[in-house]
Design a protein around this ligand. Structure first.
Ligand code: CA
Length: 197
């Protein structure tokens, strides 16, 4: 047997094996995202695979999600109300007994991130898993929602972006029940309150 020939074959085989192992490691190296779920800590990806209507909000802070089994539970916890259809959501002060609190204290508590500005939905017609957002995200991977959005409930004007870091935006002035109409299905990678061009 020619040992040199065997060695020559062994080296490329080792290189290929190494590359395959690296690809496998990269593919499975998904960051664990811990969320609050009925007072317990839970793994977001696990919840998402078990609960089709998992509904999360980030009202505590950027990337800090609180998740519920249904969208209705999320609305209730956030003092939000639904309008005549799932594309209309009213939150915070405006939803309180239909009466707007215009005291100075109430006005000053609004803040720029005081109310929910948009809900991203995994499915069209505001169905499936969702993220109800008070914060901007330059990379939706951080809340496990990259390239997932198929419809958007807009409470105040919002821009969704095809790429991370707010690149190639689609400005939304009102809710969109099917992003396929805008050639924007399952591509949203970042999102911000307000209109950006
Ligand atoms: Ca989708």
């Amino acid at each position: 047997m020619d040992k040199t020939k065997n060695k020559k074959r062994l080296i490329p085989a080792l290189v290929v094996t190494c590359i395959l192992v690296l690809i496998l490691v990269a593919a499975t190296d998904e960051k664990t995202i811990i969320v609050s779920y009925y007072g317990e800590e839970a793994n977001l990806r696990q919840l998402e695979s078990n609960i089709k209507t998992l509904s999360c909000d980030d009202h505590i802070g950027k990337g800090i999600l609180t998740c519920y089994n249904t969208f209705e539970e999320m609305l209730q916890a956030n003092n939000c109300k639904i309008g005549s259809n799932r594309g209309e959501i009213f939150c915070g002060l405006d939803s309180l007994a239909g009466k707007k609190d215009t005291t100075a204290e109430a006005e000053s508590s609004k803040g720029i991130n005081g109310t929910l500005y948009a809900t991203l939905w995994k499915d069209v017609y505001y169905e499936g898993s969702s993220r109800s957002l008070y914060q901007d995200y330059n990379d939706l991977n951080s809340i496990n929602f990259n390239d997932e959005t198929s419809s958007v409930t807009v409470s105040s004007s919002t821009t969704i972006f095809r790429h991370i870091n707010f690149y190639q935006g689609l400005p939304l002035y009102s809710s969109v029940d099917d992003l396929r109409d805008y050639n924007f299905n399952d591509v949203t990678s970042s999102v911000a309150r307000g209109i950006y061009r």
